[in-house]
Every structure is written in structure tokens, then in C-alpha cells.
Ligand binder design. Sequence first.
Ligand code: NOJ
Length: 561
Amino acid sequence: MIRFFSIACFLGISIFQNTYAQQQFSAGPSWLKQATFYQLYPQSFKDSDGDGVGDLNGIVQKLDYLQNLGITAIWMNPIFESPFFDAGYDVADYYKIAPRYGNESNLRKLIEEAHKRNIKLVLDLVAGHTSDQHPWFKASAQKKKNEFTDRYIWTKSKSILPEKFVAGNFERNGNYLKNFFDCQPALNFGYVNPNPKNKWEQSISSPGAVAMRQELKKIIAYWMDMGVDGFRVDMASSLIKNDADFAATMQLWAEMRNWFQDKYPQGVLIAEWSNPAQSINAGFMIDFMMHFNVPGFPSMFFNKGGVFTRDTCFFSTDANGSADEFIKNYTDQLESTKGKGYVSVATANHDISRLNCGSRNTDEQLKVALAFLLTIKGIPFIYYGDEIGMRYLPDLPGKEGSILTNFGNVNRAGTRTPMQWDASANAGFSTADADKLYLPVDPNETFPNVAAEQSNPSSLFNFTKNLLALRKTTAGLGNEADIEFLNPADKSYPLVYIRSSGTEKYLVVINPSGKQESIVLNNFHSTTFTPLLVDKVVCKKDGNGIKIIADKTTYGIFKLN
Ligand code: NOJ
């Protein structure tokens, strides 16, 4: 059963129709060409002070690990002051680090140590809303007009309560618009064509909306000037309201990109938009194909376990899924963003299931999924722990807004558990008592862990590392090399594609199926297939084409003549 439709509706499914003149952006700084990102959840990565919650100094301790894996950039979820009703996506001060993670001097140290290892550091910018505990919101809720009165979106009277507005015990005679949970009031970036009957709808050039744009720049500049390398922007498409075709929102980000690029030419802006055709044409350098907006990702990965569930998916040994929807939409997105930015398909993130989830739970299956994710076009994003096969932990209690009360009560906590560093107490994540941990560690006695996997040449960790090294040293498998899927419609197993750059050409074969699968490709003229990373996949000449036979749950990467 697909339960993500409501999220899609909430975040706004859209059709790309831009009524503004579109600007031609470049693909961003050159370091992106060879970038591999690692998303880490700061509260769950490494606790250095024994309080049970991960912190910035903990991350510093693990930078060598990330460098050794082949990571070139880190994206951290929000680290700012917050009451943590949505794990930090409810910011109470954009200019202050939450004490549980450390302070500015710890961040400076992290930046310095990361840069020493050629690793960039990207923060999370929650641009569309704050916490209801933010002093701006408190000021905005006052009766007396002040600087923050119009920084949020308020009805003029408590008696009017349209959808998505929240009532409260405020001095001000009004209800506020939320952006996600009730505790996350939407910041006011204005409405397209405000309806004069809806008094809360201010124009995008109203003083409140203009002040918000200025403030965004101020926040970005504050951290960029400290030395970070960019931002992932939360719900980037949500800023301007009533923007059915997102044209005004795209215009806002285009303005932001121009300003950003002038000031920080080496900086990166990553969108959480899940519609690269819009976000990249708006000036973002990277966007994801995830579980909302442009469809495809769930049909590849979501199964019966996990956060959002489905009955069938492509990466299943049952082989009853299809890659068709993904291929169509991913290819379209690549086409409309060519040379302007990167489409990323992440291994997972903090909102959805991990790769190891439900019946997809063996190293064999996970290797096939990683072989796919790390050989397609775009910038790889590895969600912490996916490189060692950490699993989505079902049935955890809710933690800091992990339960999406607004979307069928699904629980994201199972994807946010402590990183498993070794087999010692708390998996080496923290020295705190187990009951003080941010979330419990995997109770399985044989949980995968970094120490064990590093010393095992055939582990998932070493497989991931080898794949990343191959990707880095092989232009034809790199972030920008072309991709062409070869399967006819309705024949998804094994999945076969060509990566190429100049005269270099590679064939990739992906077979998640629990049985042997084969495919014949006519008019395939290569005659030599040099195996680069292959597990029981054979390519034979067959008339004027080839026959590929892939053993159960295997992958193959071949260099073509
Ligand atoms: C998307 C983030 O990824 C998610 O974790 C958060 O709950 C919402 N935006 C609201 O900020």
C-alpha cells in the first residue's frame, strides 16, 4: 500500500511551467564533479561527551573514517537551537548551535578538520518555517505591531480558521499558517496574486516578505563566512504560497543563487524539492529524486517494512517490481537539467526507510542496491550506516517528532538509530547508559559494525569503498557521464545500462531478483566485456547482439571495447 501520497500533496505535486524568463545556471563549483556526499544525523553519529546524544566533536573523531570510505562532502541535519519537537527542523535560533551538539568553536574545529581531509561541510537550512518557540514567532504573536508582526502568516481574526491554520492562545487576534507540524509556523515569503478577501495573503513584495528574503541571506552568510561549504534547503519549494506552478518560488531561489554565487563561488546549494527540473532550473545545484513529487524512487526501494510501505518494489528478490516508472522520470529529469546541476538518488534519508529494510536484509541484496546507486549518473548521497548495512529498526517509540502524526502516524525513528561503530556497549556510539541514548541501538546481537567490516575484505563497507574508488577513477562511471537504460518496457530484470564519457563505455547489470535472470539485447556491437566489479554475470555474443545472464541477486560492471 502506498502511503506517501498525502506527503506528495502536502509538499505540492507540480507541473513544470515557468511563466518567468528562465535563467541559465551552471552546474555549480567544479568540486561537485567528483563529489560523494555522506548524510549524517548529528544526534546519532558519534557521542564524544557521554550524554547519549551525538555531537560535533564526535563527528571530528570520525572524519578519518569518512575520508577512508571515499567521502568528499558531509551534509548534517540541523544543528541549531531548537526545542526538538521535529528533531531540529523546528529552529528557535538560526544563529546559535544547539548546546547538545557543541558550540561555534566546535563547529570551526569541525570545518577545519574536515577541510584538512578535503571534505566539505554542508548545513541544513530550514527556510520555510521556524519553531513556535522562536523569539520572532513570539514577537509576531504580540498584539502590538513590531518588526516581526508580518514575518509569519496570520489571519486577522481568531474566528477565521482556514485549512492548515493553527489556533492558539495568542495576544494577537489571529491564527497562524503552519508549514509542516503545528509547532512549525510558516515564515511569510508572500503569496502569488493575493486574494483581497483573504486578508492574511500578503504579496511577495510586501515588507514582511521582503524582510524574510533578506534574513535568509543573512543566515546563509553567517555560516558561510564561518567557513561551511553550503546548505541543503529544507522544503525549498514551500516558501511562496499559492504558487501553483512554482514560478515565483523559482524566481526567489534564482535571485538567491545569483547572490550566493557572487559571494561564495565555491559554495553549494542543495534542494529538498524532489523535482530537479524545477529546482535546478531555479538555481539549485543538486536536487533529489525522493518519495514525493516526481515519482519513481518508492517503486525502486519501498517495501512492506519501513516508514512508507508498498507491496512491490524493484529491489526485491521476489522480482515483482518494475524499474519503468523510475527510469522514465529519472531520464526526463536528467534531460531537463543537463549541464545545469545534478539529480541525486540517495541511499536513504532520515525521513524514509534504510536500504536494509523488511525482506531486503542480506549483504547480497544490499550490494546489488549499492551497485545500482553508486553507478548511476548524479551525485551519490550515502545515508550514514547504509555503507555497513544498518537496518531500519521497526516498532520504536516516537522520538522528537519522528512519528508523522499528519501523515498516517508513520515512524521515522527506525532510520535514525545510533551509528554502529563496533561490537562494544552501545555499538561504540556512546559511553552513556543504554537508557540515556538518543535512540536505542539495534538489539540484534550480530548487528553490522564498522570495526568488523573494515577488516573483512568482502564486507559491505569494503564493497562500498571499492565502488566509490572505481567511480572516482573512472570518468565513464562518474557523476557527469551519460547514462542510457537498455531494457525494453516491461522487462526490468536484470536492469542493464550503459555509462559513457567520450570514448569510454561501461555496461552495468543489476539483478535484485532471487533467481537467475537473462536479457537479450539486439544490435549491441561491443565485443569485449572486461569485468571491473562482477559477481556471477556473463555476457555472450548472440547474433548481432548480446545475451546477458545474471545469477540470482548479482551485479556486474564491465568495460566495453
Ligand atoms: C523535511 C525534513 O526532511 C523532515 O525531517 C522535516 O520533518 C520536515 N521537512 C519539516 O521541516
